[in-house]
Design a protein around this ligand. Structure first.
Ligand SMILES: Nc1ncnc2c1ncn2[C@@H]1O[C@H](COP(=O)(O)OP(=O)(O)OP(=O)(O)O)[C@@H](O)[C@H]1O
Ligand SMILES: [Mg+2]
Length: 160
């Protein structure tokens, strides 16, 4: 059995920045699990089933990547899935403060290590929130998210 990495996030919705990290992780590890956090503390635009489906469509050409969802502790999900490392993208110093706390807590409570992958500069400005905000005002998000995500985003925001 090889090394499995877990890439967790809300993915509401998945962006090309997320996919860049997942794709690079898929080249480094034997397998990658994308873990969609159900996250009851946020009110997502897309249901967990929709977020999983959008991700599945986005990674369908990556044979060693699979997508699932979880609630509760990340360390429990990682253990249950046989993942021995967490991989997260770091965009800017603003991500660092929260991420380092989470990483240290997960090491403490689950002896689970987190590896940070530097974001490609072309995606360093990109977040799901910003994509939703721009799209909600009719801005063009082409090239920032996969096409099937963009279509659903527009449908959802126009219907809203
Ligand atoms: N553009 C990006 N490049 C690389 N990593 C990213 C990018 N956007 C998010 N990530 C990473 O993906 C993981 C999941 O992030 P999350 O689901 O919070 O996405 P987000 O785009 O930050 O969404 P939100 O705006 O809702 O916080 C985090 O580790 C985050 O740092
Ligand atoms: Mg975020």
């Amino acid at each position: 059995m090889g090394l499995t990495a877990l890439c967790p996030g809300t993915f509401d919705p998945v962006t090309n920045g997320h996919l860049d990290v997942v794709g690079r992780a898929a080249q480094l590890f034997d397998s990658v699990i994308v873990g969609v956090v159900e996250n009851p503390s946020k009110t997502p635009l897309f249901s967990v089933e929709e977020r999983v489906r959008l991700l599945e469509e986005s990674v369908k050409d990556l044979s060693n990547v699979r997508v699932g969802s979880f609630r509760g502790l990340l360390v429990d999900h990682a253990r249950a899935q046989g993942a021995s490392v967490i991989v997260k993208g770091l965009r800017a110093i603003s991500d660092y403060e929260y991420e380092i706390q989470m990483a240290q807590m997960n090491q403490r409570i689950g002896e689970l290590d987190t590896l940070f992958m530097a974001t490609s500069p072309k995606w360093s400005f990109l977040s799901s929130s910003l994509v939703k905000e721009v799209a909600s005002y009719g801005g063009d998000v082409e090239g920032l998210v996969p096409d099937h995500v963009r279509k659903l985003l527009i449908d959802r925001l126009v219907d809203a």
